[in-house]
Design a protein around this ligand. Structure first.
Ligand code: NAD
Ligand code: UDP
Length: 338
């Protein structure tokens, strides 16, 4: 068993991963500035696991706070979720994104090196792939210049980590390229709790269902897809959390830097998601068709065979499970953690 530092561990994917880490017998130290999350998520994680974790409120841009964590706790490996993720906001305030996601990550890697910790799992995104590639996307395909500043920060950190591993053989790094994380823990105690108007499809749908939003706008119905709406690879957040444990095990026994896609390998259209949500949960979702959203591609889904073959990982949950669990969380927590 290992002691894992989880940056951004109070957030959506981080909290689900902390739970799986505790369930697997690991010790967990969360480092989070709570800029987009609530400490309540960590209370609930501990309740669900019936185990405790250590929470340190801190910011990855502050070297002293990071160094202190490594001094106070004998850390074996780091899972790095901390960062900002709102695509639209990243276009308005790029420097804030460069500072948090790029400079903050570099600061974390410096503190890791200082502390002699070289095992890392990094939250990357399918957005790093060149848009010219056709789905299913695999890890040998070229990366490209992402259409927004958020995606750009993910690409830069991936490239930094590749160069770091090339320069120093002590590093062992997993780049996990997430497709579209949705769903929630089956208990309904933890889930996605975005601030303000959701940018992503799933929290928008559940907020319409719970009466917080009037109707869903479906961005584009003239794509070259099965029904004209955008196709994405939705992955249950618990499957995604487990992928981090698998990547961690892989990296604790290897060197170098390697990327893995984390998706189901199956694409679903926006209309399919909406219709399946209605069918599974018995709730109607008011909607309208709206113009395409800038920067969106028609279709994106994963070739996930590398993760299945190399990480001993397998997604367990179906789209129906994801939609039932998202609704279960939202229904029990209409205003999120507040
Ligand atoms: P989230 O916002 O719920 O979690 C991020 C956490 O990081 C939050 O708890 C926030 O308070 C914390 N944080 C932000 N800046 C920080 C800083 N400077 N110092 C310390 N803590 C800080 O987001 P999430 O959906 O759980 O995403 C986790 C990671 O996965 C992010 O890096 C995100 O970019 C990446 N990712 C997410 C998705 C997605 O669709 N959710 C897709 C691909 C990649
Ligand atoms: N989408 C939509 N309405 C919304 C939010 C998203 O129609 O309010 C569509 C979007 O155009 C894309 C899919 O849902 O085809 C997934 O979008 P999301 O923002 O969740 O993830 P992305 O793949 O863009 O990271």
């Amino acid at each position: 068993m290992a002691r894992i530092l989880v940056t951004g561990g109070a957030g959506y994917i981080g909290s689900h991963t902390c739970l799986e880490l505790l369930n697997a017998g690991h010790e967990v130290v969360v480092f989070d500035n709570l800029s987009n999350s609530s400490e309540e998520a960590l209370h609930r994680v501990q309740k669900l696991a019936d185990k405790t974790l250590v929470f340190v409120k801190g910011d990855i841009r502050h070297p002293d706070e990071l160094d202190q964590v490594f001094q106070n706790h004998q850390i074996d490996a780091v899972i790095h979720f901390a960062g900002l993720k709102a695509v639209g906001e990243s276009q308005q305030i790029p420097l804030v994104y460069f500072d948090n996601n790029i400079a903050g990550s570099a600061q974390l890697f410096k503190s890791m090196e200082k502390a002699g910790v070289f095992t890392l799992v990094f939250s990357s995104s399918a957005t790093v792939y060149d848009e010219a590639n056709h789905s299913p996307l695999n890890e040998t395909m070229s990366t490209g210049m992402p259409s927004n500043n958020y995606g750009y920060t993910k690409l830069i950190v991936e490239q930094m980590l590749e160069k770091l591993a090339q320069a120093d053989a002590r590093w062992s790094i997993a780049l996990l390229r997430y497709f579209n994380p949705v769903g929630a823990h089956q208990s309904g105690l933890i889930g996605e709790d975005p601030q303000g108007i959701p940018n992503n499809l799933m929290p928008y749908v559940t907020q319409v269902a719970v009466g917080r939003r009037e109707k869903l706008s479906i961005y584009g119905n003239d794509y070259d897809t099965i029904d004209g709406t955008g196709v994405r690879d939705y992955i249950h957040v618990v499957d995604l959390a487990n992928a981090h444990l698998c990547a961690l095990n892989n990296r604790l026994a290897a060197q170098g830097c390697r990327a893995w896609n984390i998706g189901t390998g199956h694409g679903s259209s926006v209309l399919e998601v909406k219709n399946t949500f209605e069918q599974v949960n018995g709730v109607a979702i008011a909607f309208e068709f709206a113009p395409r959203r800038a920067g969106d591609v028609a279709t994106s889904f994963a070739d996930n065979r590398r993760a299945i073959n190399e990480l001993d990982w397998q997604p367990q949950y179906t789209l129906k499970d994801m939609l039932a669990d998202s609704w279960n969380w939202q229904k029990q927590n209409p205003n999120g953690f507040n």
